[in-house]
Design a protein around this ligand. Structure first.
Ligand code: CAA
Length: 258
């Protein structure tokens, strides 16, 4: 695919892979890397062959957070003018499912990036955390919001106030990850999850993702109205006709994404 400086991408079968690739600095997320991740996801969103994406890190860990060297000397005006959060917002609204395969560390911005994924498979040795407080700052790419929505106020406050790391078993307990596996099986398990999504009708997956993301943000009433519109919309798809016809004819459906 395209030439990227900070990430590697490939398509295998119906899965688009994105690997963070700055292992010497533990895949520290500089602005260039975030832009490249967005560009790669955007490409996969437009590629009909891709039905799910897997995001992972090369080397010792997923990533040790935002690049501290890049922001150490910045002032608030610099941070504002960098306008980096526009890319983060767009990553959060990618249409196709994203599976994070997370090993080693996912700290700070890297934890925030993991929380933008739809499913998370982690290695048993994983350590999530928000160490921003130890640097005299706080999360700025959705960390206080997404962690609180997932794990609730009490645990979010504890982790954010102290910078304490979260183990795989704690992350599992608080619904932050879907599954923990050994490091050796991490990618295999992520691929298994991705393939189980890739065989489903893509438009259903697209609208389910959109509806769940909406539900996080909306009142029950608004969420239900949104869900209903998406439900109705699927009755204009060929895959709805095919799926229901195949059920009646007692055969396997052949979904085309149309
Ligand atoms: N930014 C820039 N460089 C980083 C980095 C980061 N976030 N994390 C690690 N590195 C670099 C180190 O400087 C080191 O480089 P050199 O070899 O050139 O010295 C290299 O990666 C390896 O790191 P360590 O030697 O520190 O490895 P370790 O095994 O001893 O420790 C670690 C690992 C505990 C993860 C430690 O590297 C660490 O604490 N990293 C910083 C974690 C952090 O604070 N992340 C939050 C960043 S702020 C943020 O993300 C805010 C936001 O939302 C915008």
């Amino acid at each position: 695919m395209s030439n990227f400086e900070y990430i590697e991408t490939r398509v295998e079968g119906n899965i688009g892979f994105i690997e963070l690739n700055r292992p010497k600095v533990l895949n520290a997320l500089n602005r260039g890397m975030i832009s490249e991740i967005l560009a790669a996801m955007d490409n996969f969103d437009r590629n009909d062959d891709v039905r799910a994406m897997i995001l992972s890190g090369k080397g010792r860990c997923f990533a040790a957070g935002a690049d501290i060297d890049e922001m150490a000397e910045a002032g608030s005006v610099d941070i504002e003018l960098m306008n980096q959060f526009t890319d983060w917002d767009r990553i959060a609204w990618i249409k196709k499912p994203i599976i994070g395969a997370i090993h080693g560390f996912a700290l700070g911005g890297a934890f925030e990036l993991a929380l933008c994924c739809d499913l998370l498979i982690a290695s048993e040795d994983v350590e999530f955390g928000f160490p921003e407080v130890l640097l005299g700052v706080m999360p700025g790419a959705g960390g206080t919001v997404r962690l609180t929505k997932l794990a609730g106020k009490t645990k979010a406050m504890e982790w954010l106030f102290t910078g304490r790391r979260i183990s795989a078993s704690e992350a599992l307990h608080f619904g932050i990850i879907n599954k923990a596996v050994s490091k050796e099986l991490l990618l295999e398990e992520a691929v298994r999850f991705a393939n189980s999504i890739a065989v489903q009708p893509p438009l259903s997956i697209r609208f389910i993702k959109e509806s769940v993301l909406k539900a996080i943000d909306a009142s029950i009433y608004e969420g239900m109205q949104f869900e209903r519109k998406n439900f109705s919309m699927l009755f204009s798809s060929q895959d709805q006709k095919e799926g229901m016809k195949a059920f009646i004819e007692k055969r396997k459906a052949n979904f085309t994404g149309k």
